[in-house]
Write a new protein. Structure first.
Lengths: 346, 276
C-alpha cells in the first residue's frame, strides 16, 4: 500500500471523534467485521489509527477507498466546511431523465480532459444527493488529497452546493464540468453561504417553514391562552402588544425551526445623509460601509428580537427576506428616482 | 379728554361682551356634559340590569336541562365550529384549496396516491398588478416555472390542475419506489437507482425458476411527468440464462407497464408462494 495512502487514512481516522470511529468504519465497509473486532476502540486515537492502517495494509487499500472514507466523514460532519450555493440555468424545456451513470461519466470526462492529475469519487445517498469529492493536482504533481473540493448535487435540480478548497483557481473548471454533466447551460454563484449544508438545502429547496395562510385543518395552536396565574390580582399590562408582536413574528418567520446561518452581510453604497451644515463629505460620493451580523444561529436570534423587546415589530424586510431571497450577502445602493430610500441589488 | 373717555368706555364694553360670550360658552359646555353624564348613567343602568338578569338566569337553571327549543349560545358555537371544520376537511380532501390573502390568494395542493394521503404544497399568489407567484413550497425539480409560463396568466384553473397533476404523479411515483424499497428489499439485488423526480428507476431483482434464481435488470422510464406508470420498460436477464426466461421477462415488462411497482412485486411474491 502506498505510504501517502496510509498516512491519509491515518490522518482521517484522527479527525473522527473516538466514539464514532467504529460506526464510521462499519459504514465504510472496507474492513470486514472480523477485522473490526480485533481493534481495541478504547485506546487512544493514535493507536486506533495505527491498527486501522495496518488492517488496511492487509487489504491493500488504495486511494479510491481512502477517498470514500473521507466522503463518509464529510457527509456526517458537513458543518466543518463552508458551503456556497450555485444556481444553474437551462434554456430548453425537455423533460429530464437524469441518468446517474451518464452524469458521472460526463463529469469525469470533462475534468480529466482538462487536468490529468485529479482524483474523483462519487457517493450517492438516499435523499437523491450525489456527493462528489475532487482532489486537485497539477500537470506535474499528483493530486493533493488534503486540498479537496466537495460538490453536493441533487438530481434534476438547478442547485449545486460547493465547498471549494483553498485552490479557488479550479472552480471555473469544476463549474463547467457540473453544467455539462447535468445538461444545463449556465451556472452562477449565489450570494448564499453557510457552514450548515442542510440549512442551505432547506432554503433553496423551500423546505423551511414558511407561514402560508391556509384552511388546512391543523389543530389550532392555543397560543393566546397563556397559563393564567392563580392570583387574579396579577394582570398583564402589555398583553395586546405582546400578542401583536407574536402574531407578526409568526407571519414572518413561520412556526418551525429556522435554517441555520451564521451571518448576514450588507454592503452599503448609499449616500451619507447628514446635516448639510456638518460638511462631512464635500464630494457627493457614496459612504462605503459594511454591516455584518454574526450569530451561532442568525435567523433564530432575529426571530427572538421582537419578543425579547430588543427591536420593534415588524422587523426590517432587509433582515426578514433572507430565506425567501435565498441570500445572506446584500449590496444596498441608492434608489434612483423620485423616492428616497435604498435599493437592494438583485 | 372726551376721546380718551370714549376709548375707555369702548374698552369696557368690549370686555363685557367677551365675558358674556365666555359665560355663554361655559353654559353650553356644562349643558352638554350634563347630558352626556345622563346618557352614561342610562347605559350603566341598562348593563347592570342585563348582568343581573344573566346571573339570575344561570342561578335558576342550575342542574336543570336547558330548553331544547332555545339552544344555548355555546351549543350554537360548537355546532358552527364543527360544520366549519367539516367543510375545511372537505376542501382538503378535494386536493386543491385556497384562501384569500391581503394581496392575493394562497393555494394548497394536497397529494395522494390510491387512498394514502401524502405531502401538501403551498403557493402564495399575488393578483396585482398581474398574477404572479410570490412564494411557494413546491420542490425545485417540479417544472413550476414552465407550467406557470404557459397557464398562470391566462387560465389559473388550468395552471392549478396541471400543477396538481405533476405533484400527484410525482408523489405517486415516489410512493411506489419507497414501497418497493421498504417492503420488497429481499427481492432486490443491490441498490435501487432513482432520481429526484423518480422518473427513471434502474434496479436488479431475483427471479426464481424451478429452484434456480436468476437476476433480472429493469429500467423504468416515466416519460410523462403527469403519469404514475412508466412509458418505457426494459427488462433484461443475465446473458446465458435459459431461453424460457425471455418469456418471463416479457411478461414482467408488460406487468410493469400496467400496474404499480409495489403491486407488481406483491404479485411476484404471491406467485412464488403459490409455486412452493
Amino acid at each position: 500500500m502506498d505510504e501517502t495512502v496510509a498516512e491519509y487514512i491515518r490522518r482521517t481516522i484522527l479527525k473522527i471523534p473516538r466514539d464514532e470511529i467504529k460506526t464510521m468504519l462499519q459504514k465504510w465497509g472496507f474492513l470486514s467485521e472480523a477485522q473490526l473486532q480485533t481493534i481495541n476502540f478504547h485506546q487512544i486515537k493514535d493507536n486506533i489509527s495505527q491498527e486501522v492502517v495496518q488492517l488496511c495494509e492487509e487489504n491493500s487499500a488504495d486511494i479510491k477507498q481512502a477517498a470514500v472514507l473521507d466522503i463518509i466523514y464529510n457527509h456526517i460532519y458537513p458543518n466543518k466546511r463552508v458551503w456556497g450555493v450555485y444556481q444553474m440555468k437551462k434554456t430548453g424545456e425537455e423533460t429530464e431523465f437524469f441518468d446517474l451513470t451518464d452524469f458521472k461519466k460526463k463529469f469525469k470526462r470533462l475534468l480529466r480532459s482538462a487536468l490529468k492529475n485529479v482524483t474523483i469519487n462519487f457517493r450517492e445517498y438516499e435523499d437523491n444527493a450525489i456527493w462528489i469529492r475532487i482532489a486537485w493536482g497539477t500537470p506535474y504533481r499528483k493530486p493533493n488529497q488534503y486540498k479537496t473540493s466537495y460538490v453536493v448535487y441533487h438530481s434534476q435540480t438547478p442547485y449545486a452546493f460547493i465547498s471549494a478548497s483553498v485552490l479557488k483557481s479550479n472552480l471555473p473548471l469544476l463549474c463547467q464540468a457540473l453544467v455539462v454533466a447535468s445538461s444545463y447551460h449556465d451556472i452562477r454563484e449565489m450570494e448564499l453561504r453557510s457552514h450548515s449544508l442542510n440549512s442551505l438545502k432547506d432554503i433553496v429547496f423551500k423546505r423551511y417553514s414558511q407561514n402560508f395562510q391556509t384552511y388546512c385543518p391543523r389543530p389550532l395552536q392555543e397560543r393566546n391562552v397563556a397559563p393564567e396565574s392563580a392570583d387574579s390580582r396579577i394582570i398583564q399590562e402589555n398583553r395586546n402588544e405582546k400578542e401583536r408582536i407574536q402574531r407578526l413574528n409568526q407571519e414572518v418567520f413561520g412556526d418551525g425551526p429556522q435554517p441555520k446561518l451564521e451571518f448576514a452581510q450588507y454592503k452599503l453604497e448609499t449616500m451619507f445623509k447628514s446635516d448639510p451644515k456638518m460638511e462631512v463629505l464635500d464630494r457627493k460620493e457614496p459612504f462605503r460601509c459594511l454591516v455584518k451580523f454574526s450569530s451561532p444561529h442568525l435567523l433564530e436570534s432575529l426571530k427572538s428580537l421582537a419578543p425579547a423587546g430588543m427591536a420593534d415589530a415588524p422587523l426590517s424586510p432587509l433582515l426578514t427576506c433572507i430565506p425567501q431571497k435565498a441570500r445572506n450577502y446584500f449590496k444596498i445602493r441608492e434608489k434612483k428616482g423620485f423616492f428616497p430610500g435604498s435599493f437592494v441589488s438583485p | 379728554g372726551v376721546l380718551t373717555h370714549l376709548e375707555m368706555l369702548e374698552a369696557r364694553a368690549y370686555e363685557a361682551a367677551v365675558k358674556q360670550e365666555e359665560t355663554e360658552q361655559q353654559g353650553e359646555k356644562l349643558a352638554r356634559l350634563k347630558e352626556r353624564a345622563r346618557e352614561l348613567r342610562r347605559q350603566r343602568d341598562e348593563l347592570r340590569a342585563k348582568v343581573e338578569l344573566q346571573q339570575k338566569g344561570q342561578g335558576g337553571k342550575e342542574g336543570a336541562l336547558s330548553d331544547p327549543a332555545q339552544p344555548s349560545a355555546r351549543a350554537v358555537l360548537e355546532w358552527k365550529i364543527k360544520s366549519l371544520k367539516a367543510m375545511l376537511q372537505m376542501f382538503y380532501l378535494t386536493g386543491i384549496s385556497g384562501k384569500l390573502t391581503k394581496r392575493g390568494v394562497c393555494f394548497c395542493v394536497s397529494t395522494a396516491y390510491e387512498g394514502t394521503y401524502l405531502d401538501s404544497y403551498h403557493l402564495d399568489l399575488l393578483t396585482q398588478p398581474e398574477v404572479q407567484i410570490y412564494r411557494h413550497s413546491v420542490p425545485t425539480f417540479i417544472p413550476l416555472e414552465q407550467v406557470a409560463k404557459k397557464y398562470l396568466q391566462t387560465d389559473i384553473r388550468r395552471f392549478l390542475s396541471v400543477l396538481s397533476d405533476h405533484l400527484n404523479a410525482y408523489a405517486g411515483r415516489r410512493y411506489q419506489a419507497d414501497q418497493l424499497q421498504e417492503h420488497f428489499s429481499d427481492q432486490l439485488e443491490g441498490t435501487l437507482q432513482r432520481n429526484s423526480l423518480c422518473n427513471l428507476l434502474v434496479f436488479n431483482y431475483h427471479v426464481s425458476n424451478q429452484s434456480e434464481t436468476f437476476l433480472f435488470n429493469v429500467r423504468l422510464l416515466y416519460g410523462d411527468l403527469c403519469c404514475c406508470l412508466p412509458t418505457e420498460v426494459t427488462v433484461s436477464c443475465t446473458p446465458g440464462a435459459p431461453a424460457c426466461l425471455a418469456a418471463t421477462a416479457a411478461a414482467h415488462s408488460d406487468l410493469f407497464r400496467r400496474t404499480a411497482l409495489h403491486k407488481a412485486f406483491r404479485s411476484f411474491r404471491r406467485a412464488e408462494e403459490n409455486v412452493d
